[in-house]
Design a protein around this ligand. Structure first.
Ligand code: DGL
Length: 273
C-alpha cells in the first residue's frame, strides 16, 4: 500500500467531554461517509464547562494521548470548552492537524451577520474564556458580541428534555437578555445546543440565524483532509468501522447517542485513562 494511502486510511480522532461531540460526528458522517472515527467521550468526568483551566488542559492532554495511540490522522476537539482552553497546548504537543470548533463557528457567524451584532451562548468555561469573542474580533474588529452562559441546556439535552415546555421556559429565561439588542446571529457555542435548536429559535425569533459550529467544523475537516490528500480512499465496511470509547457509563452513552445520531451505536467501549 503506498504510504500516503496508508496514512489516508487512518481514522479521525474526535473528542468531547461526553456525548455532545456526537453532533459533530453526525455532520462528519454526512459530509465524509468514508471516514472512520475514533471517538472519546469523557463521560466519567463531564461536565468540563465548570472546571478550571488547568483541569481542562490536563484532561484534554490525557484524551489526546489516548487517541494518538489509535494512529489518528487528524484530531477534532468537538467540545467548545476544551477548544476554548486547550487548543494551543494540544497543538504544541502533537504534530498532526488539530482543529477545534470555535474558529469555524466564528467564521460562519461573521459571514452571516448583517447588523454586526452577534450573540454567543455556551458553557461557563467557554463564555469566561472569551474564545468566541476573540475569534470574532480577530476576523472583524468592530463586531459587537453579546455572550450568555446557559449551563442547564447540557442537562436538558442529555436527558432528552430538549423539546418540551420545561426546555422552552429555560430557553426563554436565558435568552431574554438578547431581547431588543439587535443581534441577527446567534452562535450555539456548545456541542449539546443543536439538540435544542427548535426551542432556542422560538425564544429568539425567526429573524435570528442560529450557527451550529459542528456543521462548520465538518466542512473545515473536509477542506484540511482534501488539501493534504488525506481523504480516505477506502469505503467503510462491517470490519472497518468507527469506534467509540467512554470513560464511564457505556450503556447510558449508547442510549443517549440514539438521540444525537438517530441510530444505535454498536461499538462502544469503556476505558480508564
Ligand atoms: N461539550 C461541552 C461543550 O461543548 C459541554 C458539556 C460540558 O460542560 O462538558 O462545551
Amino acid at each position: 500500500m503506498p504510504q500516503k494511502y496508508d496514512e489516508a486510511s487512518r481514522p479521525i480522532g474526535v473528542f468531547d467531554s461526553g456525548v455532545g461531540g456526537l453532533t459533530v460526528v453526525k455532520e462528519l458522517n454526512k459530509l465524509l461517509p468514508n471516514e472512520k472515527i475514533v471517538y472519546f467521550g469523557d463521560t466519567g468526568r463531564v461536565p468540563y464547562g465548570n472546571k478550571s483551566r488547568e483541569t481542562i488542559i490536563h484532561y484534554s492532554l490525557q484524551v489526546a494521548y489516548f487517541l494518538m495511540k489509535k494512529k489518528i490522522k487528524m484530531l477534532v476537539v468537538a467540545c467548545n470548552t476544551a477548544s476554548s482552553v486547550s487548543l494551543p497546548t494540544l497543538k504544541r504537543h502533537f504534530h498532526i492537524p488539530i482543529i477545534g470548533v470555535i474558529e469555524p463557528g466564528a467564521k460562519t457567524a461573521i459571514e452571516t451577520t448583517k447588523t454586526g451584532k452577534i450573540g454567543v451562548i455556551g458553557t461557563l468555561g467557554t463564555v469566561r474564556s472569551n474564545s468566541y469573542k476573540k475569534a470574532l474580533k480577530k476576523i472583524k474588529k468592530n463586531v459587537n458580541v453579546l455572550q450568555d452562559p446557559c449551563p442547564l441546556f447540557v442537562h436538558l439535552a442529555e436527558d432528552g428534555w430538549n423539546k418540551n415546555k420545561i426546555a422552552q421556559m429555560v430557553s426563554d429565561e436565558y435568552l431574554k437578555i438578547f431581547e431588543g439588542k439587535g443581534i441577527d446571529t446567534l452562535i450555539l457555542g456548545c456541542t449539546h445546543y443543536p439538540l435544542l435548536k427548535d426551542v432556542i429559535q422560538r425564544s429568539v425569533g425567526k429573524k435570528v440565524q442560529l450557527i451550529d459550529s459542528g456543521k462548520e467544523t465538518a466542512k473545515e475537516v473536509e477542506q484540511i483532509l482534501s488539501k493534504k490528500s488525506l481523504l480516505n480512499p477506502y469505503k467503510m465496511t462491517e470490519k472497518n468501522h468507527s469506534v467509540f470509547y467512554v470513560s464511564d457509563f457505556p450503556h447510558k452513552f449508547k442510549e443517549v447517542s440514539q438521540r444525537f445520531l438517530s441510530k444505535e451505536l454498536k461499538h462502544v467501549h469503556k476505558v480508564i485513562l
